[in-house]
Design a protein around this ligand. Structure first.
Ligand code: P61
Length: 462
C-alpha cells in the first residue's frame, strides 16, 4: 500500500523552447569570457537556467491571450484598470500605482517616505530595496530573528522579526523611522516566510510608535503557502485569504510582478493613504511613466492582471513550492549543506559549509556558482559577500553571515527530470569540492556590484 501519493503540476505543456547543451570546453571559455560571474554568461551558453525566478516564469495560455487584447492607449488604458482591479481584489490596498518592475516601486516609495538621516528597519536586507533606501538618505537596520542567519536552523518562520530588536530601533529613533520594511518571503535568508502572528505583533508595535509597515509582496503567495502549512490555526484556509490578511497588517506594498504574479516584466506600488499615493503618482510621471502605465505596455499589464489571479490559487502554489522542495530534499538526502527549511523560490547551498577551508575574501559562493556551471551548464547565483557589497558609510566590504549559492526555480518552466539533473550536478561538484579555487575581484562596479563584477581564479601563489 502507498503511504503517500505523488502530486503533479496542475497544467500541461503546450509550447516548448529548445535549450542548447554545451561541451566542457565551451563552458570553460564562456565562463572565462564572463569573468567568472554567472550574471555575465550569455543565455545561449546555459543549459538549465536557475539564476533567478524573476521574469523567467512560463506564462499561461490565458496570459498570452490577454497580451493580444492589451490596450496600448497612452492614457487610461483598459489594461491598467484590469490590473488595478486584480491588485485591489487580491492584495486589498486602495491605491495601485504601476511601475516598470519592483525596483521602480522601491525608488518611488523611498523618495516619498524617507528623509536624509532616517532609519529603516527590516527583516534582512534586499539588494535593490536597501540601495534605494540608502540613496534616499536612510540607514537600514536588520531586525530579523537570529535563526535567519543560521543555515541549519529548523525554525519554521525564519523571516520573522525579532520584536525586541525592532522595539529598540523604534525607541532609539523617535520620529526618524518612516516605515518598517518587511519582506514576505525573505529572499536573502533563503526564501523564508514570516508568520501571520509575527506580522500582527510587529503591527501592534509599530502602531504604538505611529510607524508604517510596507510589505515587499514580491513572493507573498509563497509566504502564505508556508503559513497555511505551518502556522497553528491556518490549515485549511485558502492561500488567497491568508494573503489578504497579511496585506491588511500593512500600509502598502512594493511588488515585482516578475515573481509571484507570473509575468516577464512589471510591478506596482500599492498604498492605502490617498495623499501619499498622490505624491507617488506625481513622482511617477518623472521616472516611470503616466499613472496608468508606469513603464509597462498595455499587454504587460494584462499579463500581470491575469498572472495575479493564477498566482493565488492553492493548486498552483502547492506545485510551485513542492518542486523547489523536491530538489532541496534530494540534496539534503545526500548530505549537501543548504539552508533549511527549504524556501519558497529556490534551494540555497551553504557555501561556507561546502568549502569550509576557503576564506570569505576569496568569495566561496561565487567560486561555487562558477564550478557548478563548469560541471553541467547549470546557472545559479551568488548570494553572499559579493551581493552584500560595501558599507555605504565606511566603504568596507560587508561579510554577511550567510554565504550562499541560490538555485532559483522559475515557475512552470522545468520538469522533475531537470531537478534530478541539477541535483546530480551539485553532488558531483560536492564530491570534487577540494579542487575548487577561490576568486579575486578584478573589476568592481560602484552600485550593485554583483551584477557586473569580474573575477579571476586564484593560483597556487595567491
Ligand atoms: C531575484 F541578484 N529579485 O531574486 P525587480 N524585492 C525582492 C526581490 O527578490 C526583487 C526585488 C524586490 C530578483 C531580481 C534581482 O540583487 C538582485 O522587479 C524580494 O527585479 O526590480 C528582485 O524587483 C526587485 C536579482 C534583483 C538580483 C536584485 O532574482
Amino acid at each position: 500500500m502507498l503511504t503517500r501519493r505523488s502530486w503533479a503540476e496542475p497544467f500541461r505543456i503546450k509550447v516548448v523552447e529548445p535549450v542548447r547543451m554545451t561541451t566542457p570546453e565551451e563552458r570553460r571559455s564562456a565562463l572565462q569570457e564572463a569573468g567568472h560571474n554567472t550574471f555575465l554568461l550569455k543565455s545561449r551558453d546555459v543549459y538549465i537556467d536557475l539564476l533567478t525566478d524573476s521574469g523567467t516564469s512560463a506564462m499561461s495560455d490565458r496570459q498570452w491571450a490577454g497580451m493580444m487584447i492589451g490596450d496600448e492607449a497612452y492614457a487610461g488604458s483598459e489594461s491598467f484598470y484590469r490590473l488595478e482591479a486584480a491588485a485591489r481584489k487580491r492584495y486589498g490596498y486602495a491605491q495601485v500605482i504601476p511601475t516598470h518592475q519592483g525596483r521602480g516601486a522601491e525608488h518611488i516609495l523611498s523618495r516619498i517616505l524617507i528623509r536624509p538621516g532616517d532609519v529603516v528597519a527590516g527583516n534582512m536586507y534586499f539588494t535593490t530595496t536597501r540601495l534605494h533606501q540608502e540613496l534616499a538618505g536612510a540607514r537600514f537596520v536588520d531586525v530579523i530573528i537570529e535563526e535567519a542567519h543560521e543555515p541549519a536552523s529548523q525554525h519554521p518562520f525564519k523571516g520573522n522579526v525579532d520584536l525586541e530588536k525592532l522595539e529598540r530601533v523604534l525607541a532609539e529613533n523617535p520620529s526618524r523611522t518612516p516605515y518598517v520594511s518587511l519582506a514576505a518571503t525573505v529572499n536573502m535568508a533563503g526564501g523564508q516566510p514570516i508568520s501571520l502572528a509575527n506580522l500582527a505583533a510587529a503591527r501592534d508595535l509599530t502602531r504604538k510608535h505611529n510607524v508604517k509597515i510596507i510589505l515587499d509582496a514580491t513572493r507573498i503567495a509563497e509566504n502564505a503557502f508556508f503559513i497555511q502549512e505551518r502556522e497553528p490555526g491556518q490549515q485549511g484556509r485558502a492561500v488567497a485569504d491568508i494573503i489578504l490578511d497579511m496585506c491588511s497588517l500593512s500600509d502598502g506594498c512594493t511588488m515585482s510582478a516578475k515573481k509571484d504574479p507570473l509575468a516577464n516584466i512589471g510591478g506596482f506600488l500599492a498604498l492605502n493613504d490617498p495623499d501619499l499615493a498622490e505624491e507617488a503618482r506625481n513622482l511617477l510621471v518623472i521616472y516611470e511613466g503616466l499613472h496608468t502605465y508606469g513603464g509597462m505596455s498595455g499587454r504587460d499589464m494584462e499579463a500581470v492582471a491575469i498572472g495575479i489571479e493564477e498566482s493565488v490559487q492553492d493548486d498552483h502554489i502547492r506545485a510551485r513550492v513542492g518542486q523547489v522542495r523536491y530538489l532541496g530534499e534530494k540534496l539534503m538526502g545526500w548530505g549537501i549543506p543548504l539552508v533549511q527549511p527549504i524556501g519558497g523560490h529556490g534551494v540555497f547551498l551553504d557555501a561556507k559549509a561546502f568549502l569550509p577551508a576557503m576564506p570569505r575574501e576569496h568569495y566561496p559562493a561565487q567560486a561555487l556558482a562558477a564550478a557548478l556551471y563548469l560541471d553541467s551548464g547549470i546557472r545559479s547565483m551568488e548570494r553572499g559577500a559579493v551581493s552584500a557589497g560595501r558599507d555605504s558609510e565606511t566603504g568596507q566590504e560587508r561579510f554577511p553571515r550567510l554565504e550562499l549559492v541560490r538555485l532559483t526555480i522559475p515557475r512552470r518552466v522545468y520538469t522533475q527530470a531537470h531537478m534530478d539533473v541539477t541535483a546530480e550536478s551539485v553532488l558531483s561538484v560536492f564530491e570534487e569540492r577540494e579542487s575548487i579555487a577561490g576568486l579575486k575581484m578584478v573589476y568592481e562596479p560602484k552600485y550593485l556590484r554583483f551584477f557586473q563584477a569580474r573575477f579571476e581564479p586564484l593560483g597556487a601563489g595567491d
